[in-house]
Design a binder for this molecule. Sequence first.
Ligand code: PRX
Length: 635
Amino acid sequence: MQISSKEDYFKAWQEASENPENFWSKVASEYQWKKPWESVQSGNFTDVNIKWFDGATLNITENCLDRHLQERPDKTAVIWEPNGVDEKEITYTYKELHAEVCRFANVLKDQGIRKGDRVVFYMSMVPELLTGVLACARLGAVHSVVFAGFSAQALAGRIKDCEAKMVITCDESYRGAKTTPLKEITDEALKDCGSIEKVLIRVRTGASVPMKEGRDIELLPLLKEASPHCDAVEVAAEDPLFILYTSGSTGTPKGLLHTTGGYMVWAGFTFENVFQMQDDDIYWCTADIGWITGHSYITYGPLLKGATTVMFEGVPTYPEADRFWQVVDKYKVTHFYTAPTAIRALEACDIELVKRHDLSSLKVLGSVGEPINDEAWQWYHKEIGKENCPIVDTWWQTETGGIMISSLAGVTESISTYATYPLPGVIPQLLDSEANVIDDKSGEGNLCISKPWPGMARTIWGNHERYKETYFSAYKGKYFTGDGSKRDESGRYRITGRVDDVINVSGHRIGTAEVEDALNEHHHVIESAVVGFPHDIKGQGIYAYVICNNGKAPTSEEEQENFKKELNAVITKIIGPIAKPDQVQFVSGLPKTRSGKIMRRILRKIAAKDISNLGDISTLLNPEVVEEIKKGAGL
Ligand code: PRX
């Protein structure tokens, strides 16, 4: 169902709100189901037992692939652009992609993977990451992609949590000028993971890697031998499709579980309406499949809609900081979807790097992952879009499965820094500090969603109580997003950022508690507190306040630098380099309330170098420490 005017958008939103059964059964009927549903939606946010299209059966890959074989077998489905400019791209038509996915599914089957088994992918952006997740879906196996920047320990934690049977990795990855030894990291992780029976290795760099007899097998030779036919396994709409781990404000990462039918309908519907593609358009989302954006808007959304999707292995700055623009020019990309952090980083480079490429193919620009500041928005609009391309600022989360609030390209207006309107089916509410719904048209508060939508995660793998507690306990009967938002007189939303202890570093979501736990593993650290602070390129940076054991605090600048290196090594080992602090301040204490709670608000202000309105600190357990911390921060 493509919405093509603003009037239609309002009508669709109204209908989806008032008569969701009718609306979603119309949208869902565009897909192939093996058995129809008995009910469109059931369950509620009080019992937290949401189901969509219950009773129906399907296979999502038939909708991504087989369905297109009649109408567009020779249309390019995927263009894979390698890391290096000298290497040739690989393209797959829908027919070829179908065959590749079937081959991969046959390999998985031969290696013992069956419906319901969990398969972890720890790969860089090679084509087999995309075909591999689809191959799992073809068999009804559950994929869980772990971003290839995570450490062995982080990988092991995820493998153990979902009790995966198989890991698929590369020998090494290419990313810019760097290679990362993914197989070596996997081996390290697997020392401690009993559930893994097989490891498939996709050779990418050709590095020599140890192979464990009976466990490790090279992937490409198996694919070559495999049959390109594989029947799609029939699964229930509510059967698991994938698990994706993400950070929260407390505890270990959560494995959000997405199920099949509702996710499919949501990914397809949101892709179609937000991006508004024409049949011969070329779409490029620069995310990594290790994150939700790469699941919904490199893989499932575009393929469900028969689009051509570009998949890029490299980084925006390699071999030079014009790579994005060079690739847009090379493939005549029409729809370009990236993160504000990339925009800011490229904005800081010489404008000649943009000007040397022809960007006239572009029609629509997108932004995702964090709030986009006005300056970056204007630069994107002017220098990349040449003031001709609507910008869709898409707000959503790993938990939501797909875009929730965004303009629809060329259909509803784009406004700098505003995600603008909720998609049909999304009923946002703003709540004030007393948990009252803000009824006025405009306002500011905590952002909740009051009704179920098809793409929402159904649970946290293995821990439904935690799911309920995390998302549905702050405001009874509502899904709490963890974000704050403003709303203007016209009902348009402007997301202001997280209101919980989650920070968004270069669009990567990092729980402060996770970083603290990792820092505390250092044998000379007694306690730490981690907060976000404004960062010109990353959006938010990580600021760590660290208390050392008696007599172990580094004093000279050199000692401090060495200690910081050790802390970075601990973080890299436990989480991965993405969680390394940008700033570390050694302190003798942390401001605490009399009940022992760390006053993060004060720490956030000091990290932001803003010491106005620190509030009444006299009631703290240790008010004197605030002065010391201010001084240590140079304030
Ligand atoms: O704070 C919001 C921010 O990213 C969080 C979700 O992160 P993650 O689950 O990793 O998914 C990122 C990709 C969808 C949100 O809670 N966020 C995401 N998109 C936007 C955003 N903040 C403002 N504007 C956006 N467009």
